[in-house]
Design a protein around this ligand. Structure first.
Ligand code: UGA
Length: 482
């Protein structure tokens, strides 16, 4: 099948190279000449596992690039729209890029095409695209509009595409459905998984993914509802974590206890600093706005967002609690990206926390395995130093803050970490370490939804006794000086 993908951001690029990997001829369109040039030279503009390898495998053969929309339409049977849908000031999704692509596509359609929405869009978008294309001269019988939402996570986007839990195709005509089924056939019939050169599966797979065929409107709702549900799971466990802190329970034990129920499941129940990234925060606001417009006040989503914002505030309170005053303190920071495995800092909880700490007079020395350049563009260089390793970030610091769940941080040498910190205080917003191990190593360790521990003392209930600075116990209003 000949496929064009309009937009080569995270979603468009991964979609394009994965379609090429499935054996299709793909034309990737982008109107940013610098991005086009980089891709043509085989340079991936994003930090994403397997993208460089698949780019090298297919570039110039099954994967070509174009900056002409007319050519993209002409040379394809299916056109996937994967342009950005950033939030407006009201929290709605800004669909102006989608609209302008639809307008331009209309002029070039000469034989039957399917136009498929990949961008995350509100319900009714397919209908609008159809209407805009007709208004701009595309003959009604020569095209169909479909919705084919993506469920790709940054960091694992390629394997999420090739080994999905399900494929959702939302179409309103049999011809369109048939074309989309053919595009996904190598995944749906499992032939891709038999190939010797297939990208390795992330985990053992039990069989090919189900292909769920729905109407376009249902598919659009599936996308928003999936993201909202996952965000709700995260806020739920964060609320449970807060309760655990109040009563002295351990959220990791509670998570195990509830996550083992197959109706609930373990995934997306990791407590921490709350969700960030370019999807959940934007999609929850947009979903709520869409619901309101359709006459439903989806107040549950408001609460999910409130709990999420509160997580960062709670973390900042923990930092103040552990260090008493913040002005002039030197803090080591592990992680700038919104989660491990990506260089993306959009809506990163780490960036929000660092900003607040800088505002309160802290000096930051931060390390991230991939996101430093992107973070520097936002945070600049005043009050923050970008380091080359986790241990370098910790060296001489009054405390170490863990803000992103990179695997590299899990395996840090705790003995050396203890040696290089000025005070052995670790405040972990991602629960990367075992509290007992941290106490054994001599750290004062604060995490999320688990009791604080300090050196040689094992588990304490709700305060941290530090080997360094004087510390204020906010509950009892007592100042402890170790
Ligand atoms: C998310 C969805 O997981 C994808 O299915 C979806 O396709 C994508 O949005 C999108 O709409 O394009 P992504 O934003 O890349 O993917 O990252 P996630 O792995 O979902 O993580 C989102 C945020 O939630 C991160 O800040 C992460 O640290 C946080 N998170 C995740 C938790 O705090 N706890 C968890 O248990 C899981």
């Amino acid at each position: 099948m000949r496929i064009s993908v309009i937009g080569s951001g995270y979603v468009g690029l991964v979609t394009g190279i994965c379609f090429a990997e499935l054996g299709h001829d793909v034309l990737l369109f982008d109107n940013d000449p610098a991005k086009q040039r980089a891709l043509q030279q085989g340079v991936s503009p994003i930090h994403e596992k397997y993208v460089p390898e698949l780019l090298a495998r297919h570039r110039g053969a099954r994967l070509t690039f174009s900056s002409s929309l007319a050519e993209s339409v002409d040379k394809s049977d299916a056109i996937f729209i994967a342009v950005g849908t950033p939030p407006t000031v009201n929290g709605e999704a800004d669909l102006s890029y989608v609209e302008s692509v639809a307008r331009e596509l209309a002029a070039s359609i000469k034989d039957y095409k399917i136009v498929v929405g990949k961008s995350t869009v509100p319900v009714y978008t397919s209908e609008w695209v159809r209407r805009i294309m007709q208004l701009n001269g595309a003959p009604a019988g020569l095209f169909d509009v479909a919705s084919n939402p993506e469920f790709l996570r940054e960091g694992t986007a390629v394997t999420d595409f090739l080994y999905p839990d399900r494929i959702v195709i939302g179409t309103d005509t049999p011809a369109c459905e048939e074309r989309l089924r053919r595009i996904y056939q190598p995944l749906a019939d499992g032939t891709y998984y038999e190939r010797g050169d297939a990208v390795p599966p992330p985990k053992a797979i039990s069989g090919p993914p189900p292909l769920i065929s729905t109407t376009a409107k249902s598919a659009e709702l599936i996308k928003y509802a999936s993201n909202a549900f996952l965000a709700m799971k995260i806020s739920f466990i964060n609320a449970v974590a807060t309760l655990c802190e109040s009563v002295g329970a351990d959220v990791e034990q509670v998570r195990e206890g509830i996550g083992s129920d197959s109706r609930i499941g373990r995934q997306f129940l990791n407590p921490g600093l709350g969700y960030g990234g370019s999807c959940f925060p934007k999609d929850l606001s947009a979903y709520r706005a869409v619901a309101r417009e359709c006459g439903y006040d989806f107040r549950l989503l408001e609460e999910v967002m409130r709990i999420n914002n509160e997580q960062r505030e709670r973390f900042l309170r923990k930092v103040r609690h552990a260090l008493w005053t913040l002005k002039g303190k030197r803090l080591g920071v592990l992680g700038l990206a919104f989660k491990g495995g990506t260089d993306d800092v959009r809506e990163s909880p780490a960036i929000a926390v660092i900003r607040s700490l800088i505002d309160e007079g802290c000096r930051i020395q931060a390390y991230d395995p991939a996101a430093t350049a992107n973070a520097r563009e936002i945070l600049g260089d005043a009050s923050i130093q970008y380091m080359n390793s986790a241990l370098e970030a910790a060296t001489g610091a009054d405390a170490l803050l863990v803000l992103t769940d990179w695997d590299e941080f899990r395996s840090i040498d705790l003995g050396r970490l203890h040696d290089v910190l000025h005070y052995p205080i670790v405040i972990d917003g991602r629960n990367l370490y075992d509290p007992t191990t941290m106490a054994d190593w001599g750290f004062s360790y604060t995490s999320v939804g688990r009791a604080d521990v300090s050196r040689g003392v094992g588990v304490q209930k709700s305060s941290v006794s530090t080997p360094g600075p004087a510390q204020r116990n906010s509950d009892a209003d007592v100042v402890k000086v170790p």
